[in-house]
Every structure is written in structure tokens, then in C-alpha cells.
Design a binder for this molecule. Structure first.
Ligand code: TPP
Length: 346
């Protein structure tokens, strides 16, 4: 890691900085990372079995997904992407909705009352603007709430990124911009995405704080996210976090990463696995046993299997319902399309 990249827990599980949380909390977050990985692998398998339409795996990015959400209050906003199921689940979005969404069932996109997590954005970059909107509304209403938005390195090339960052900087909104720089936007490598040496440098241009961290280090993620969240809540405005990470799997289940990157590179990142290093650390602290691991793995599987069973037990989503999922009153073009579907079938 370059010197300007915050790291607290090295890949070998040794501390190189001060942990921002105590051992009990590290165990809780470790458990959440295990659930996230079980969910992620289950969804990847389900897509191969034809039970999900498509899936964007986040294996390797669990420290970002769990660590970024860890400091949030229950009513803070999370505005994230198709790859952030782990973060959304940890922030309260029901797993069953996440699964339904990946089957094309619009009911998956409906956030339950009282949960401030927006449905995942498939449009790259568009949602960052929404996170500035929620944050600005909260600032005007003085609620003390914070908005966390998660996105990838590729999203920083979108005009929406500029607009969101600029607006947040000028209006000093309580937004945490959390970029998971996993090195690739589908097959496009970081070097072809931007001529900038690092994304964190962009924060300067928008007049906000920026910090670059080891995104496979749970403790660095929690430390940076906690500072950014506290600053936002205290009225000190937005922060941009660039978390250096890697997706071990394909972009989506429709992608073949062997066509644009080597297995050697992926193996190098596997050796920096975010879950393994916390386990090594916990074990060295006398806080990890095989029995405990077996227990949390079993509970994680049960939780995921229950959500899958609940999603698959629902009455199938009908074509008609597609047209009522978005607007309280359907628009004229939607009514036309619904009529066409009723008349001609799918
Ligand atoms: C506006 C827009 N353009 C293009 C796409 C197609 N697309 C889907 S994901 C993706 C790459 C995004 O990469 P990045 O932001 O780095 O996030 P990652 O997928 O690596 O998590 C692209 C180009 C899209 N969904 N939306």
C-alpha cells in the first residue's frame, strides 16, 4: 500500500494502527461479513441454477460493505448500487427484497416503511445525486441524519458524479461518498478510466475532505467511515473516501473476467482477503474458536436460506404489476403498454 493509504490491520492479521472499535464490535462485524459472503455465494449459485436473472457478486469487498455502514444510525440514508447487497442488508434492507429484485420482481424494489435505504441503483452514478438530495433535505430540516452513498471507480467518470460532488461541496451537505475502487469497471481497468493518479485527489477540486484507505481492512474502513459520518453529522460537510479493493468474482454472472485480467492478479488479492485477516486477528486475541465460527456459519446459512425460501414462496409477480410498481397514478404511456401486454401477451 502507498504511504497515503490508511491501513490498521495488515493482510497478515497484525495491527499496524489503533483499532477504532473494541473486540466485541469487531466480532459483530466479522459475523456480518460472514453473512454477506454466504448471501453472495448463494446468489451466484442461484443464478447458475436459473433462479435469479442476473447477479453482481461482491466477494472480496465485504470489509467495505459492512465497515462503511457500521457507524451509521438506524435512520441514516444508504444510497447504493447493484453490487452493494451486503451494505444494504446490513443497513436494514430485507434480504428477501434483495433476492426478489434479482429475479426481476418489482416488489424487491419497495423499501419497507421506516427503512432509509433506497433500492439499488443500476444506473451507474445517478444515485449519488439522490444521496446529496436526501442529505440536503436533512440539513434543511436539521434532522442530524447522514447520507452514505456507495459507488465504484467507474462511476467517477459520470457527469452525475461531478454534479453530486460539486453540489455537496457548495451546499456542505452531510453526505459520505464511499468509492469502492475495485480496479475495474466491467473490463475497463482503472488506468483507462482516469488520467488521475488516484481518485481521492478529486476531493480537493470539490472543496471536501478526502481519504484513501485499504478497502480490504475492516478496521481502516470503520475508522474512515466513522470520522466521515461524525463530521457530516456535526455540520462539517461531506467527505470522499476512496477504498482500494478488488472484486474476486466476475462483474456480473454474465461476465468472464478471464478475458481481461489474470488469475495471478486475483490470487494476489485473495491473499488479502478481508474476512481472513480479521479472523487471524481475533484468533490472536483469543476471540475466535472453530466452534464459534461453525456456529456463525450455520446461523448465516439459515438466515440466507430462510430469505430464499420466503422469496420463492411468494405468488409469482404478474406482468400487470410491473406497471403499478413505480407511480401512484400510472402515466399514459404505461397504461398503453399495459394494455398492449394484456392484449398481445409477453
Ligand atoms: C449510466 C450507465 N452507463 C453504463 C452502464 C453499464 N454498466 C453497468 S456496471 C458498469 C461498470 C461500473 O463500474 P464501477 O462504477 O467501477 O462499479 P463496479 O461494477 O466495479 O462495482 C457499467 C458501465 C450503466 N448501468 N449505467
Amino acid at each position: 500500500m502507498p504511504q497515503d493509504t490508511l491501513q490498521i490491520l495488515a493482510p497478515n492479521g497484525e495491527l499496524v494502527g489503533d483499532p477504532p472499535i473494541d473486540l466485541d464490535r469487531i466480532r459483530e462485524l466479522y459475523e456480518a461479513m460472514v453473512v454477506a459472503r454466504v448471501y453472495d455465494r448463494k446468489c451466484t449459485a442461484m443464478q447458475k441454477q436459473g433462479r435469479l436473472a442476473t447477479y453482481a457478486p461482491f466477494e472480496g469487498q465485504e470489509a467495505c460493505q459492512i465497515g462503511a455502514v457500521a457507524p451509521l444510525n438506524a435512520d441514516d440514508w444508504v444510497v447504493a448500487t447493484y453490487r452493494d447487497a451486503g451494505a444494504m442488508w446490513f443497513a436494514g434492507y430485507p434480504m428477501v427484497n434483495l433476492i426478489l429484485g434479482r429475479t426481476g420482481d418489482e416488489r424487491g424494489g419497495k423499501t419497507p416503511e421506516g427503512i432509509n435505504v433506497l433500492p439499488p441503483s443500476i444506473t451507474v452514478g445517478g444515485h449519488m445525486i439522490h444521496a446529496v438530495g436526501t442529505a440536503w433535505a436533512d440539513k434543511l430540516q436539521d434532522t442530524g441524519r447522514v447520507s452514505l452513498t456507495m459507488f465504484g471507480d467507474g462511476a467517477t467518470s459520470e457527469g452525475d458524479f461531478h454534479e453530486a460532488m460539486n453540489f455537496a461541496g457548495v451546499f456542505d451537505t452531510p453526505t459520505v461518498f464511499f468509492c469502492q475502487n475495485n480496479g475495474w469497471a466491467i473490463s475497463l481497468p482503472f488506468e483507462q478510466q482516469t488520467a488521475a493518479e488516484s481518485l481521492v485527489d478529486k476531493a480537493v477540486g470539490y472543496g471536501m475532505r478526502g481519504v484513501r484507505i485499504d478497502g480490504n481492512d475492516l478496521l481502516a474502513v470503520v475508522a474512515a467511515a466513522t470520522t466521515a459520518t461524525e463530521d457530516a453529522r456535526a455540520g462539517r460537510g461531506p467527505t470522499f473516501i476512496e477504498a482500494m479493493t478488488y472484486r474476486v468474482g466476475p462483474h456480473t454472472t454474465a461476465d468472464d473476467p478471464g478475458r481481461y485480467r489474470t488469475e495471478t492478479l486475483t490470487d494476489q488479492w485473495r491473499a488479502k482477503d478481508p474476512i481472513d485477516r480479521v479472523r487471524v486477528y481475533l484468533e490472536a486475541q483469543g476471540q475466535w474458536t472453530e466452534a464459534w465460527e461453525a456456529g456463525i456459519a450455520q446461523a448465516a446459512s439459515q438466515q440466507v436460506e430462510d430469505a430464499v425460501a420466503e422469496a420463492e414462496a411468494l405468488e409469482p409477480f404478474t406482468g400487470d404489476e410491473i406497471f403499478s410498481a413505480m407511480f401512484a397514478e400510472p402515466t399514459l404511456p404505461l397504461l398503453d403498454q399495459r394494455e398492449m401486454l394484456r392484449r398481445d401477451g409477453p
